[in-house]
Design a protein. Structure first.
Length: 147
């Protein structure tokens, strides 16, 4: 009799474990789809006559923005950066963003924990698109056009 009860409890435990795994997977998938839709809706195509600006869109410093104005914008923990992020996973001089005409470039400045575009670590210089989010530590940034 006790063997039957233990067997039933094992199956119930396995069923509950799988239900938990499925719920977590569904929640993660919905968050990933939501973020990609957000990035898609915030991206702009075609010619734009507005000014470009770099904006922190995720993390504790969310809302900060700096105009590119054809100059180098540096991001990091050090006080002499254009955007200072107080995050232990951000290097003192983490990255640089600049505009060349209508093209925007990002350069990882040999940061310890890396810079990520679309969840892929980038090394050196990479071209980024308007509205394309890139991240470092818990911070997400993107370049947009001022209306």
């Amino acid at each position: 009799m006790i063997d039957i009860i233990i067997g039933v409890l094992r199956y119930l435990y396995l069923i509950l474990l799988w239900v938990f795994v499925i719920i977590v997977a569904v929640k993660l998938k919905s968050q990933i789809v939501f973020k990609s839709k957000k990035n898609l809706s915030s991206s702009r195509s075609g010619r734009s006559d507005g000014k470009y600006f770099l904006q922190v869109v995720e993390g504790p410093m969310s809302g900060i923005s700096v105009p590119l104005e054809n100059k180098d914008i540096t991001v990091g923990r050090a006080d002499d950066n254009s955007i200072v992020l107080s995050d232990d996973f951000v290097s003192a001089k983490h990255l640089k963003v600049w505009q060349d005409g209508r093209r925007i470039y990002l350069e990882d400045l040999s940061s310890t924990n890396g810079t990520f575009i679309d969840n892929k670590r980038v090394y050196g210089v990479s071209q980024i698109k308007l509205g394309q989010m890139f991240s470092m530590g818990v911070n997400g940034l993107e370049v947009n056009v001022e209306k």
